[in-house]
Write a protein that binds this ligand. Structure first.
Ligand code: ASP
Length: 346
């Protein structure tokens, strides 16, 4: 077989003038990380290289989209804040409302990517594709994964098939739903998974393919689109052998509005924690019961009598995403009696 026979039916390549416009918002992370030498994949600093450096490492992007790049932040995503989420959401809503912008890509650190992704999934007012990407190895490393992830993220954002699915996470040739994806490894390149439900689709070379649609509310049908104001204090605590009630009591005393508890197994709670959380509810704190296990769901009235104590169960939302939803719900003034159905529908 000759090389010519492989290319006998080439895919249509749009002329440069017809390339879609993609907004690229950079926030730092390991994808913009720098190490003293190329062999270092652990000892490096995140959020060093600017977006122009990331773009110049991938000349092929010029054949896929007209990219309008902005450096929105330059941080290690371990330091992500609610204020930066709000700034990012406002900027994305502004650029996506421009008729000539086909979609958006965000570069982000991997540590809190899943939280940012879910926050944006619930607050963006657009059907256009929005794709977050990242890297596990710094930009200076041998076999850095950032350049291909960036190329693939732009391909996904530039393909109209990606629209209407909420915020997508494109890493390692896979496309995940913002609601489902979690980081599952400290250093592996294959760090992101969507436990139980699996990937939404994949991107390989010039092909973008999807296998399913997210069913829970997101983006335009979310009641949290365009929400403003400082998000209320919601903290996460965990249940484990010998846990005391000190942390819960201190949080209640400090005036938090909500507590998400990462329970053992199916969201079960140590008796001391259960008592402290019961008292927290009586003092007006919303308590959401999630699991620290990493997959599976927490059934309402399953491992704890939620209705008796006034707890909300998180279903299959992991604790840190349950915190995002609870902050938005409290900020939006969702009444206590609707909180459980909210967690079942978002
Ligand atoms: N600490 C880095 C960050 O989250 C890790 C990464 O990007 O992979 O920004």
């Amino acid at each position: 077989m000759t090389a010519t026979s492989h290319t006998a039916s080439p895919r249509y390549v749009a002329p440069a003038a017809e390339l879609p416009r993609i907004a690229l918002l950079a926030t730092g992370g390991t994808i913009a990380g720098s190490a003293p030498d190329a062999t270092r994949t652990a000892g490096y600093q995140a959020g060093i290289l600017g977006i122009q450096d990331l773009l110049s490492a991938v000349p092929a992007l010029g054949g896929i989209a007209h990219i309008h790049a902005e450096q929105v932040a330059q941080i290690d995503s371990k330091d992500m804040s609610c204020a930066l989420w709000q700034k990012l959401a406002a900027r994305l809503n502004a650029v996506l409302s421009q008729p000539d912008v086909a979609g958006a890509v965000i570069t982000h650190g991997t540590d809190t990517l899943e939280e940012t992704a879910y926050y944006l999934h619930l607050t963006l007012n657009s059907h256009k594709p929005v794709v977050i990407t990242a890297a596990m190895r710094p930009a200076t490393a041998l076999s850095a994964d950032g350049p291909l992830n960036l190329l693939n993220a732009v391909r996904v954002a530039a393909d109209p098939i990606s629209g209407g699915r909420g915020v997508l996470v494109a890493v390692n040739n896979q496309i995940h739903c913002a609601r489902d994806v979690v980081k599952t490894s400290t250093y592996a390149v294959d760090a992101f998974h969507s436990p139980e439900v699996g990937v939404l689709g994949w991107v390989q070379d010039d092909r973008v393919a999807f296998q399913r649609m997210p069913l829970q509310f997101h983006s335009v049908e979310s009641e949290f689109v365009g929400i403003t104001g400082e998000l209320p204090a919601v903290e996460v605590v965990a249940s484990y052998a010998g846990v005391s009630r000190i942390a819960v009591d201190a949080l209640v005393e400090a005036g938090v509005r909500g507590i998400v508890v990462a329970g053992t197994g199916n969201g079960s709670l140590h008796v001391s924690l259960q008592q402290a959380l019961d008292e927290a509810v009586q003092r007006g704190v919303t308590v959401v019961r999630a699991s620290r296990v990493g997959s599976g769901h927490v059934m309402h009235n399953g491992a704890a009598p939620d209705d008796q104590y006034g707890f909300v169960s998180a279903g299959n939302l992991p604790p840190f995403k349950a915190r995002v939803l609870l902050m938005l719900a409290l900020q939006a003034g969702v009444p206590a009696e609707r909180m459980q159905s909210l967690f079942e529908n978002y």
